[in-house]
Design a protein around this ligand. Structure first.
Ligand SMILES: [Zn+2]
Ligand SMILES: [Zn+2]
Length: 250
């Protein structure tokens, strides 16, 4: 499988260009993605979105105009790209050109995108409707902001939920296999096995419920470990979006 990576925007957001049997697919559209795809001399046939956070979507409308390609995303992503008021209602003054998706994607064991068979996993918790795209043949996961090299996506943004995020990582992503390469929304690629073994040392992924763990009056030592883990992970996922506020659920 041939793929290329571009990192754009102030949040250093990755997008991935994959060569499917029937044409090129771009996953996510950070700032600068449209010009980058153009500079590759690629005739883009399809744009798929992992989720609708505004660092992943600024170039969606531009790409649709320039390449005339359809846009596929989760139904919960649609208002984030089509309703200019969506992020403003959370207090973020953003100017993003609204655009309508052509089709919706939901969790499915197998779907063909331009002849490329992918399993689609819905892993919310970082963002509602967040999708991870898995090519079994290539052992490649376009993960979005869910699992990073040395950390996980933040869960303190609107619609975030720590339990959902960790549940999804444990129950959906880890079982894909240790050899799977993860192409994350931020930072370098990693392997599921690498993250699984380092997660085993991290309290926040072992705990059944991080909210219970963080709010419990259990011995200070376990709270200290959890807090350190969150801070350690924060160093790597703080670029997901917006300034880090608090790992605690309200
Ligand atoms: Zn995100
Ligand atoms: Zn992001």
């Amino acid at each position: 499988m041939r793929y290329e990576t571009f990192c754009g925007g102030i949040f250093e957001t990755n997008c991935y260009l994959l060569e499917a049997p029937e044409g090129w697919i771009l996953f996510d559209a950070p700032d600068g993605a449209c010009d980058w795809v153009g500079s590759r001399g690629v005739d883009l046939k399809l744009l798929l979105l992992t989720h609708g956070h505004f660092d992943h979507i600024p170039d969606v409308a531009k790409i649709k105009r320039r390449f005339g390609c359809p846009i596929g995303c989760h139904p919960q992503t649609a208002p984030m790209i089509s309703d200019p008021e969506f992020f403003r209602s959370f207090g973020f003054e953003l100017e993003i050109e609204p655009v309508q998706p052509e089709f919706f994607i939901e969790e499915t064991p197998a779907e063909r995108f331009l002849g490329l068979e992918m399993q689609v996993l819905e892993v919310p918790g970082h963002c509602p409707g967040s999708l991870s795209f898995f090519s079994r043949k290539d052992q490649l996961l376009i993960g979005g902001d869910v699992l990073f090299a040395g950390g996980v996506g933040r869960w303190d943004l609107p619609g975030g939920d720590a339990d959902l995020l960790f549940d999804g990582i444990r129950k959906k992503l880890f079982p894909l296999g240790d050899n799977v390469t993860v192409l994350p929304g931020h930072g370098p690629p990693t392997k599921i096995g690498t993250e699984r073994s380092s997660a085993a040392r991290r309290t926040y992924l072992r705990a059944d419920s991080i909210s219970a763990r963080l709010s419990s009056s259990s011995p200070p030592i376990s709270l200290t470990i959890a807090a350190n883990d969150v801070i350690a992970a924060g160093t790597c996922f703080r670029k997901c979006l917006w300034p880090f506020t608090s790992p605690r659920k309200p």
